[in-house]
Design a protein around this ligand. Sequence first.
Ligand code: SAJ
Length: 406
Amino acid sequence: MENKPSVIMIGLGYIGLPTAALIAQNKTHVHGVDINPKVVQTINEGKVHIVEPELDEAVANAVKQGYLKADTEPVEANTYLIVVPTPFKGKNEPDISFVEAATKAIIPLLKEDDLYIIESTSPIGTTEKMMSLIYSERPELKGKLNIAYCPERVLPGNVMYELVHNDRVIGGIDSPSTDKAVDFYRQFIKGDLHKTNARTAEMCKLVENSSRDVQIAFANELSLICNKADINVWELINLANKHPRVNILQPGCGVGGHCIAVDPYFIVADYPMESQIIGKAREINNYKSFWCAEKIKAAKLEFELVNGRKPSIALMGLAFKPNIDDLRESPAKYIVQKVLQNANNEEYYIVEPNIDSHKVFKLTNYKEAVEKSDIVVFLVAHREFRELELLNNKVVLDFCGINKKL
Ligand code: SAJ
């Protein structure tokens, strides 16, 4: 007879699948749900549809041992986890319709004392909204369910380790809910579990990523000032950070990825008057990418003026941060697109050592690209680029500090 699952995981993506595998490793039966039948099929074959170290093995074992099963529909269990995306609608307005749809799908299955947890990054008040939705359809359960919010904070590329070892913030809609959620996570998480209420936990997730965005915006603003003031921004930051209470982050060609470049808008959309710095940081980090593209344009015009011929240009890096293959919301990709839109018979070499091919860009080996180019533009500080010897006859635009030699 098939074992009855005790956990339903709705959403089997970058966070849901690793979390489902982790819970299953703990010999707890997990019924994973995804709207995409291909994802469901892949997982049931013991395979994965996302690139993340150690995830393939964890999923293969969990499926083989019968603790993880994927499906397109939820079934009855004791704990329901909502780990679906919260994208944008219109102009930077968070869209919680996936959270809503996932919640609606499990409402008929709920029974007294069940635990319902949202992990999806959500605007403040979402957990309370979902509570109202649940109780409007199941009034007989009012006050008898445990409802909580518990965001994840894992770094892509190190998810399987961080899922277990990072501290978590857990906020229930009342203290029995918080306690029950803490007991649940305690089974498979070694980090500390910090109790709070649902609204604070929601805000905490948004604030963590906004804080990093604001700090990076400060570094990016310094890079713009230093460029005008003829100061090496990397040397400047290195020296300022010798102060015991100063820790400035690194400027780059903008901020990308699915989290830091997105989550601050969840605060700005609901509190536009109050979130001045948070909103401005987003603008600065976006502007930095535009500025880089303009700098490349200026460099190629200057080259042509001085040399009387069109330059060849190496664009080094497409990923959203160093040493990964993830191009989502990548500022480097945006810059490359912008530069190519302005192309006027120059020769371009596009480089991304972490991927083999791309459906839009023709990729070139990084050594070959540098060798053949008059202008070398460093967009992402990949480790391969650090070992390159650059000859003096090249024009170098270093937007990510590859050449800082500090
Ligand atoms: N970046 C800089 N300068 C820096 C650091 C980063 O320009 O000094 C840029 C990166 O190049 C990249 C962007 O910022 O484009 C974001 O990279 P990241 O490494 O800071 O963060 P993510 O997006 O990979 O993961 C973040 C993490 N959040 C925080 O560090 C506060 C992670 O812990 C979260 O779980 C993740 O967002 C998420 O899913 O929310």
